[in-house]
Design a protein around this ligand. Sequence first.
Ligand code: ZN
Ligand code: ZN
Length: 343
Amino acid sequence: MMEEYSAWLLNELSLAARDLVNPTKRVSLLYFASALFFAFVLFTLRDRKRAWRRILPLFRLATWWSPSARVDYGLWLGNRLLFSLLFPKAITTLGVVTWLMFRLQEVGMSAFPVVIPDWGVVSLFSVCYFLLDDFTRFWVHWLMHRWPWLWAFHRVHHSATQLTPFTVLRTHPVEGVLFYLRSLVVQASLVSVFIVLFPGQVSLLTVGGVFVTTYCFNLLGANLRHSPVALSYGKQLERWLISPAQHQLHHSVDVAHYDCNFGVVLALWDRLFGCLQFASDQQKLHYGSASKLDQMGVFGHYWSPIAYLAKRGKQWLKSPAVWWSSRVKKNAKSEPKGSNISL
Ligand SMILES: [Zn+2]
Ligand SMILES: [Zn+2]
């Protein structure tokens, strides 16, 4: 029994290490190197003399081995082990697609009456997928800041006082499950609608092609979002695309920056919801959630949100309206982010 567990543990740890060279993973060293190169080129164009100085903080041991960074690594490995043990592998995209296709045909959806060439269908699918995927990421993230019971879990990501490229993996498992379900719903619903409308022209494999946009996004500096390097795209571009420096504003502990820049790729959704803020290469920010969680270790990050819900859940169940209407106080001048939550 012990031997089996040891073999499983070793296998999971080696898989985690392989993430560093796997181009489908955000923490791939390839993306880290390309993000650095991209930042260096942009900084050189903007301010030749100080380009190196701008990216230097990324090479400091204090960045990679701070207490905050160690919690990043702990949650990354802890979540990998937890998901390999507990995750409901029975829920697969293929299973949901098959189920949805039958439901759509039952309600009368059938093939599109006009023949569209394959390249046209794949292009239409790619655009729809990109927009729906990016919007739902924004929207779920926005909800996590709005609903106190979701913020209790999302605060784990915001408790980082030092941003490193591994902070992207600093999430509570409940958030991991939510984002997995989001991705499953987006992929399955879009693929099944397209398979019914354009039989034989789209399959689950088409989704793979759409990841080209994700590769480009990762190559062009996505890893710098969680890093000490403030890379702004400039006001004109930041109206359309979320820059690394804009995501850093999202992590700022300053109340002036609360609840802004929820987007992943497009800034459009933040503009529509009135929460876009522009960033600057020169910004000096402090990060964290301004709560006790910022100082807790890995175990505290797993346990605190659950303890909080256990404490407050009963009270909320007595008045269900709180689940739907209570919002994290926005722009509360003297109160920390998520001020209606105290751990
Ligand atoms: Zn957030
Ligand atoms: Zn973040």
